[in-house]
Write a protein that binds this ligand. Structure first.
Ligand SMILES: [Zn+2]
Length: 342
């Protein structure tokens, strides 16, 4: 029966094991303790174990409490009664505030946060700073995304990543949306931006593989007529294309003079030159060399030169470091604004 005892000690001496017929120690917890001396030692050990268990359980609940507060308290969604969580009286207890937070929070946010916790609970262990999403106005905790995971990367409400928020900040800089009413072609459209742009009657999407897009096309061989669009958007697309220079030329072609391409790519700012090697085709090798199994290259600072060679004029956009924190942006990512000269 000793083998069924869940609290069996890690080390049971041979004598104790052989004397299983002897009476068990007084505590009844440790069948290996058979002598008077052993009984006293076993009782003390049992007490220590019990205290350790209590401490572990207590630490676990402390962790759960910290996570719950991190997840639910920074919610900025107004409660059904119209008040905001931040406005709750300080006299409210933690439990009361937590319950109100859970009851009043947006379902999508709650689902994303809980899903993020199940995926990687460590991201909430020390609390998280609330961030502001300029696309959906979510003002709260953001969650991890990617492999390996980047913490504070994905908006818990609209799902935007850092690059989408950066693009939107450029588009809405100065209080007027520069994309309103523009003829837009959005490659590999991301849900968050797509939702934000869908109200535009001239908004079109394109991808070679993604379903539900306006145009199922190859970016290096577009069927559109010359000078069709005012804006082309391509976030993290060009690193997947074998001939990215041809794709850039196609973008120039379909843009009107003065039209712009809004582009982001994975870029190593510590290297001047793009690293690429067409002979590397194995996904595992690509992952090691270019950071993803389907990437063809790892861009360097000469990405702007490629755009210029294709016919663009190139500018960049980024926020100040404090605002990068506010909006949950990457400190080493900027938006390329490539303009077809007039
Ligand atoms: Zn958002």
């Amino acid at each position: 029966m000793g083998g069924l005892f869940i609290a069996a000690p890690a080390k049971v001496n041979a004598e104790a094991t052989a004397s299983s017929a002897a009476p068990a120690c007084g505590t009844g917890l440790y069948p290996g303790c058979i002598t008077g001396e052993g009984t006293a030692t076993g009782a003390a050990a049992g007490k220590d174990r019990f205290i350790d268990s209590v401490r572990q359980v207590s630490a676990y609940f402390q962790h759960v409490r910290r996570v719950a507060l991190t997840i639910f308290m920074p919610m900025s969604e107004p409660a059904p009664g119209g008040f905001w969580l931040h406005d709750q009286p300080h006299s409210a207890t933690t439990i009361e505030r937590g319950v109100v937070g859970m009851a009043s929070s947006n379902w999508t946010i709650r689902r994303r946060l809980l899903s993020a916790w199940f995926r990687d609970r460590h991201q909430f262990s020390h609390g998280r700073l609330p961030r502001l999403c300029p696309i959906c106005n979510h003002d709260g905790v953001m969650v991890s995304v990617g492999h390996p995971a980047r913490w504070d990367a994905r908006c818990a409400q609209c799902g935007s990543r850092e690059r989408h928020r950066l693009l939107w900040l450029w588009a809405t800089e100065g209080g007027v949306n520069r994309l309103d009413g523009k003829r837009i072609l959005h490659f590999a459209p991301e849900k968050s931006l797509r939702r934000a742009l869908q109200g535009n009657p001239h908004y079109e999407t394109a991808d070679l593989h993604q379903r539900g897009v306006t145009h199922s096309v190859d970016i290096t061989c577009l069927p559109m007529a010359n000078q069709t669009y005012d804006v082309v958007i391509a976030n993290h697309v060009l690193e997947h294309i074998d001939d990215d220079r041809l794709a850039m030329q196609e973008m120039v072609r379909v843009l009107v003079p003065g039209g712009i391409a809004l582009l982001t790519v994975p870029l190593n700012p510590t290297r001047a030159e793009t690293y690429e090697d067409p002979s590397i085709t194995d996904p595992v090798e690509r992952e090691a060399h270019f950071n993803a199994p389907d990437h063809r290259r790892f861009y360097g600072l000469d990405f702007a030169d490629r755009l210029r060679q294709a016919g663009f004029e190139v500018d960049t956009f980024r926020m100040t470091p404090p605002l990068e924190v506010t909006y949950g942006l990457l400190p080493m990512e900027w938006l390329y604004i490539a303009t077809r000269p007039v």
